[in-house]
Design a binder for this molecule. Structure first.
Ligand code: SF4
Length: 190
């Protein structure tokens, strides 16, 4: 059976609405609704993912049609959230690449300036690399006051954000540790 986007949303919306309403009064009946919906979801190739917002690590299902995200909802098979989603996780679609509100160009505000300037990615990446290198070179500590080898810089800090996924966090930690950055945090842990 082929499903249009409208048909899918209608079917899954009605189904999930039923799950929600039934779930308020009868959890067993709500759970029984879920398997009925899964074949519909497989039709449009839902993929599982992990919510990036905090360390709970809730599981979600993302449905995309023609490269556009059409639905994101809690994964009923995930052991942590079992289909649930807090308000923040439920708004995860805002992070999707096809969100029209996402910035797609580099905007730069110079020190002391009050205007945003549009820049190229090449300019931005070179500028970031140059500033990191200059700051690290000017503030690198090879040994501490007692002579211990520390190889660190305390002039650079890195604060991760919600849109980073596990793999990006891993790479970022590798990069910053290699530079000698000791102040490495993620907002979900603060
Ligand atoms: S759904 Fe909510 S509780 Fe779960 S990981 Fe995302 S933000 Fe955290």
């Amino acid at each position: 059976m082929e499903l249009s986007r409208r048909e899918f949303l209608k079917a899954s919306g009605m189904g999930m609405g039923g799950v929600f309403l039934f779930g308020m009064f009868d959890p067993e009946l709500a759970q029984a609704q879920v398997p009925r919906l899964l074949p519909l979801k497989k039709k449009i190739g839902e993929k599982s993912t992990i919510c990036p917002y905090d360390a709970s690590g809730c599981g979600f299902l993302v449905a995309a049609v023609n490269g556009k995200v059409v639905n994101i909802e809690g994964d009923p098979d995930h052991p942590i959230n079992r289909g649930g989603a807090c308000a923040k996780g439920a708004s995860m679609r805002q992070l999707s690449a096809d969100n029209p509100w996402r910035l797609s160009k580099v905007l730069y505000r110079a020190p002391g300036g009050n205007q945003w300037q549009e820049k190229s990615w090449e300019w931005a990446l070179n500028e970031i690399a140059r500033r990191i290198k200059d700051t690290r070179d000017a503030n690198f500590t090879e040994r501490n006051d007692t002579g211990q080898l520390v190889n660190r810089t305390e002039a650079i800090a890195n604060l991760g954000g919600s849109a980073l996924d596990n793999e990006e966090c891993y790479l970022l930690a590798k990069l910053t540790r290699a530079l000698g950055v000791v102040y490495l945090e993620h907002h979900a842990r603060i």
